[in-house]
Design a protein around this ligand. Structure first.
Ligand code: DAH
Length: 376
């Protein structure tokens, strides 16, 4: 809509010529009115010409004073005509501005039929979901969640777990060391990104006497990088220490876990193995969840899939713990004559992959929304 269609009404535009003493003022008023584009500015112009002390009334008063008696009436009437012509011009311009504003408002294109923009909900990452599920499965049978730092000293990560500097088992895990010196007050040794969650076993036993029944989930680091290994991955550690804990307790706990996590029809198999911090040690397989033991690519035709390592806590570990407790002025509490325990460790990522058929570990860490959104 254009302003020209709102030109002043013809009565004002085509009206008879004004008295010469007002004509110029009213022409100026018309010009000033059309120069402004906002209502406040328009009202300012109105006040300047048509107000109580405005130009037209001033001119009227001067002319009346100067005019001889008989002319006063004509000049007064002409003044009123000029005032009402001015008001008409003002009203017309005000209308035009209002129309223009309304026109601009209507011209704005808002499609009120468009659907609203939905706020998208976030979700927990698959690994968080699986970690929480693992935690709650173990919580059901009395385990509490413990944690430790990802930057560990060699003492916790290796030594206290019966892996001294020259132990061949370190080769598999000897990995990212930090250049900074040992932390003040720490038990010493270099600092390393923990290679497993097992150091939380040591931290827990130093912090409390038996009974111990913890699981410790968290990030661990190794010098690995391929479709099934990442330099950072997640483990969950388990430790139980009490009076008279047996291998049967270990086996029963793991069977319970496997059936809760993979389904009631699975079975487990323990194969003799070796870990420096457990004796005896075992690797645990679960019956293949993909082929029901018929043999497939994922179980490599064996009908079993490895899920974790475990064993009875080695007495050497208890000895390291009690020696350190003593060094710290704590009473010894882990005499193998009185207590025994079992431990286990598994990969959270591996559990997630098995459970959901994820074939590349790196998908879990890539942060690709197409993948993460599949598990909400
Ligand atoms: N810490 C071992 C690893 O990272 C896994 C493990 C094996 C943990 C046996 C245990 C255990 O607690 O008893 O390879």
């Amino acid at each position: 809509m254009s302003l020209s269609s709102n030109a002043p009404p013809s009565s004002a535009a085509d009206a008879a010529p004004l008295h010469p003493i007002y004509a110029e003022l009213v022409t100026q008023l018309a010009a000033d009115l059309s120069a402004v584009t906002s209502e406040p500015a328009l009202r300012t112009v109105h006040a300047r010409y048509l107000g109580k002390d405005g130009e037209i009334r001033k001119r009227l008063a001067e002319a009346l004073r100067a005019a001889p008696g008989p002319e006063k009436r004509t000049i007064g009437q002409a003044g009123n005509t000029a005032l009402s012509r001015g008001e008409e011009l003002f009203a017309a311009r005000l209308n035009a501005l209002h129309d223009a504003a309304r026109g601009a408002d209507l011209a704005r294109s808002v499609d009120v039929t468009l659907p609203g923009r939905r706020t998208r909900l976030g979700g927990l990452h698959l690994l968080t979901q699986v970690r929480r599920e693992l935690e709650s499965i173990f919580a059901e049978i009395g385990f509490v969640v413990a944690s430790g730092p990802q930057v560990e000293s060699e003492f916790y990560n290796f030594e206290a777990l019966a892996m001294p500097d020259d132990h061949p088992a370190r080769d598999m895990q000897d990995t990212f060391y930090l250049q900074s010196p040992p932390l003040p007050g720490s038990t010493g040794g270099r600092l390393v990104l923990r290679t497993h969650t097992s150091p939380v076993q040591i931290r827990t036993m130093l912090a409390q006497p038996p009974p111990v029944r913890i699981i410790a989930p968290g990030k661990v680091y190794r010098k690995d990088d391929d479709p099934t290994h990442s330099p950072m991955f997640n483990q969950i550690e388990g430790l139980v220490v009490d009076d008279g804990v047996s291998f049967a307790d270990l086996k029963g706990t793991l069977l319970y876990f496997a059936r809760r996590f993979f389904g009631p029809s699975v079975d487990i198999r323990l194969r003799p193995s070796f870990f420096p911090f457990t004796e005896p040690s075992a690797e645990v397989d679960v019956t293949c969840v993909f082929c029901q033991q018929k043999g497939c690519r994922l179980c490599k035709g064996t009908g079993y899939i490895e899920i974790l390592g475990c064993g009875m806590v080695d007495t050497a570990v208890f000895a390291h713990v009690d020696a350190e407790r003593q060094r710290r002025g704590l009473p010894p509490a882990y005499d193998p004559e009185n207590v025994s325990g079992f431990a286990f460790g598994m990969g959270i990522d591996r559990m997630a992959m098995l459970r959901y058929g994820v074939n590349d570990l790196r998908l879990l860490f890539a942060g690709d929304a197409r993948f993460t959104q599949m598990f909400r």
